[in-house]
Design a protein around this ligand. Structure first.
Ligand code: NAD
Length: 499
């Protein structure tokens, strides 16, 4: 019998009462390794009640004390890095070194959250009118929630709860049902760091849990990261209910290769950015756009043999470049897109289908795949594939190349490879995409900047982490004060102008 996972509510593990479960696979073997409970509306209500009970005391704690919990949590993350990375790889399938990066990137947001006493300071204007001062406060919202995808089970939960909890909110996390063990372990470590019970709760589940969070009147804000249709649904439903929502979504990132680019570097960058983590990253680089025929021919000539040399292996194989995809269903989806792209007229140069890793024949492996002559009208180009598939779209000029990401439905990340500063500057200024890399293939901003895409890559006004995160997880209050000294004897029926 696979082991049964739990929820984490009010400082302890709890089984939940729904009686519904979902399988958690070992993507290396294909076997079911655990079952995660799928919360009922009542299970969610208990988690929200626990967060609500913890809120007044947590919000009243001075910010440096909240920051100290973050400091201790960060130290525990460092101490438990190997354990967390191993746990993450076992359920997600990414290689262990990559899982360490997942934890590290989340930990950097916790480091950022350690600065909350400074970040949450308000503003003050002395003498805005006669004897009148104006000041503003950034106050926490109350109980807030995060709904996260399978592909970064450490980093994305920490993007959200790191900043939200440091700001004084209490949190209910609904992680992906595909790899819930790392989020559960993070909640335990957060308690060990000194967080009171109920400040961080983890509720496992599916649409029923998501809807329950969106409909609960005590949940004041929801941050979502996942695929675009669901992100759109979450943002729409939240808006209808009057809940503050941000919803980060799918992606199809382009890398523009200019004729003057350093081709050795470009090939190395594309290998990592297109195939790392089996392409299951919203900031992966699955579309290459070489500018000019010579650039395209050279790119294809140089990258094809390197792709054929990539090693796909189990997640604990230190020599593997990447591991399996997350589920059999996801493997089938990616392979369908490979068949579709071929049917649509893409030239299949390297076919990753049918790959088998000896001793792990049941694992969800897909070899690296390369297509040339892909065009903007193909469905396989317009859709997010989210697998180890690189599509080359040839362009004649920089204008033609830049129009591709600008006109694409997604606008998460984009990169340009060139030695021409002026061309890069123009491109970065004009392209209709939220995060731009200049000779940087995966431009994920550092924690004290901010993460978010445009168009169907994000349904939100505020980004994740950085000062944008602090804005999302707080509400502003502005206070206008006067301490009368008896000298003012006014009665006015006009709007005060403070002349
Ligand atoms: P997903 O949309 O299937 O799941 C995301 C979350 O939504 C999970 O917690 C899941 O349980 C929940 N969910 C699933 N079905 C639902 C439904 N019908 N109603 C309500 N909630 C539901 O996404 P995924 O497959 O876990 O993750 C991959 C996707 O996430 C890709 O599209 C990727 O680009 C995107 N992603 C985006 C970013 C970003 O910041 N833009 C970052 C990482 C991943």
């Amino acid at each position: 019998m696979p082991r049964k996972l739990t929820h984490f509510v009010n400082g302890k593990s709890c089984a939940g009462q729904s009686g519904r479960f979902s399988d958690v696979f070992d993507p290396n073997t294909g076997a079911v390794q655990a079952q995660t409970p799928l919360a009922s509306v009542d299970d969610v209500a208990k988690a929200v009640a626990s967060a609500k009970a913890a809120f007044p005391a947590w919000a009243a704690l001075n910010p440096q004390r909240r920051a100290r919990v973050m400091f201790r949590f960060k130290a525990l993350l460092e101490e438990h890095m190997d354990e967390l990375a191993a746990l993450l790889s076992r359920e997600h399938g990414k290689v262990v070194a990559d899982s360490r990066g997942d934890v590290q990137r989340g930990m950097e947001v916790i480091e950022f959250a350690c600065g909350i006493p400074h970040l949450q300071k308000g503003e003050y204007t002395e003498g805005a009118g006669p004897g009148i001062d104006v000041y503003s406060l950034r106050q926490p919202l109350g109980v807030v929630a995060g709904i996260t995808p399978f592909n970064f089970p450490a980093m994305i939960p920490m993007w959200m709860f790191g900043v939200a909890i440091a700001c004084g909110n209490t949190f209910v996390l609904k992680p992906s049902e595909k790899d819930p063990s790392v989020p559960l372990r993070l909640a335990e470590l957060f308690m060990e760091a000194g967080a009171p019970a109920g400040v961080l709760n983890v509720i496992n589940g599916d649409k029923i849990a998501v809807d329950a969070l969106l409909e609960h009147e005590d949940v004041k804000a929801v941050s979502f990261v996942g695929s675009s249709d669901i992100a759109h649904y979450v943002s729409h439903t939240g808006a209808q209910n009057g809940t503050r929502v941000q919803a980060m979504a799918g992606a199809k990132n382009h890398g523009i290769i200019m004729p003057d680019a350093d081709m050795d570097q470009v090939v190395r960058d594309f290998l990592g950015a297109a195939f790392g983590s089996a392409g299951e990253r919203c900031m992966a680089l699955p579309v290459a756009v070489p500018v000019g025929k010579d650039t395209a021919d050279e790119f294809i000539k140089r990258i094809t043999p390197e792709i054929k040399k990539l090693k796909v292996g189990i997640s604990t194989d230190e020599s593997a470049h990447y591991g399996p995809v997350v589920t059999a269903a996801h493997k089938a989806r990616v392979e369908n897109y490979i068949a579709m792209c071929e049917k649509e007229g893409g030239t299949l140069l390297v076919d990753g289908r049918g790959l088998s890793v000896p001793g792990h024949e049941g694992g969800f492996f897909i070899g690296p795949t390369l297509f040339d002559n892909v065009t903007a009208d193909m469905t396989s180009y317009r859709d997010e594939i989210f697998g180890p598939v690189l599509q080359v779209v040839r362009a004649g000029t920089l204008e033609e190349a830049a129009a591709l990401p600008s006109n694409h439905q997604y606008g998460n990340g984009v990169a340009i490879f060139t030695r021409n500063g002026l061309a890069a500057r123009e491109f970065a200024a004009k392209v209709q995409v939220g995060m731009v890399g200049i000779n940087v293939p995966i431009p994920v901003p550092v924690a004290y900047h901010t993460f978010g895409g445009w168009k169907r890559s994000a349904f939100a006004d505020t980004n994740q982490h950085g000062t944008e995160g602090v804005r999302f997880w707080t509400k502003i209050k502005t206070i206008t004060q006067r301490w009368p000294d008896g000298s003012v004897d006014d009665q006015s029926f006009i709007i005060p102008t403070m002349e």
